[in-house]
Design a binder for this molecule. Sequence first.
Ligand code: ATP
Length: 261
Amino acid sequence: MATQKGIMNTAMVQAIGVRKQFGSTEILKGIDLTVERGSVTCLIGPSGSGKTTFLRCINHLEKVSAGRLYVDQELVGYEERNGLLHEKKEKDTARARMSAGMVFQRFNLFPHMTVLENIIEAPTRVAGRPKRDVIPEAQKLLERVGLGDRGMAYPQELSGGQQQRIAIARALAMKPKLMLFDEPTSALDPELVGEVLEVMQALAETGMTMVVVTHELGFARQVGDHVVFMDAGVVVESGSPDDVFNSPQHARTQAFLSKVL
Ligand SMILES: Nc1ncnc2c1ncn2[C@@H]1O[C@H](COP(=O)(O)OP(=O)(O)OP(=O)(O)O)[C@@H](O)[C@H]1O
């Protein structure tokens, strides 16, 4: 259903001709993409195709160079006044960024804080919520990622898979409307990948909107509602996992899949 401005109000993310340049190099060359609320979209494609850059734009970490990108109906990087676009103020960008939780390839937990302190840091310091409310929520999140008994541990006492599950709990502690994952299992030993993917699958089953950049094509096939194949800064092909994996229409998609499957 379109609003008066033409933005889909069922969409959590809507990209319309999104371009991103670094210096004179154009990395995103006109991305059109819609992520419906409550869906899981997996971005796949060769290294350097712009997947991370696009994810960073969705998280307001990069400003788009041209086109429009709406997240939860809010324009990324700009605000519209009297029909003109103005650069968004940093404090408005910081506020808007809170609508998404991002999980990176490297978990980047604070090493000098316990697991519990890592999880409550943003809700207390950034959102200004009282510890007495946040701690029980953090404990529930720890249980949800299967680490209910590790709240007092320090990150370095945990495996990479456990640290990544804590990073997911930490992102969820800010009650995001969508979750962004940037190759969340690429830095893990193979035997730890499954435990992180299981937590992500359980999260998808709660109806969380998720955008996942991944090389785990089994996950994309099984959990994705929508698979987007990007190459050289464009969306080459997108559709259901069945469409993209079982009957890819484009030679570039076929060539990529034949290499990686
Ligand atoms: N801040 C930046 N300044 C200049 N170039 C950049 C910057 N960020 C990314 N790039 C370039 O943009 C291109 C796309 O990178 P990006 O990380 O988005 O690709 P990707 O598809 O996620 O790749 P990978 O799967 O390897 O992570 C790369 O050539 C990268 O060097």
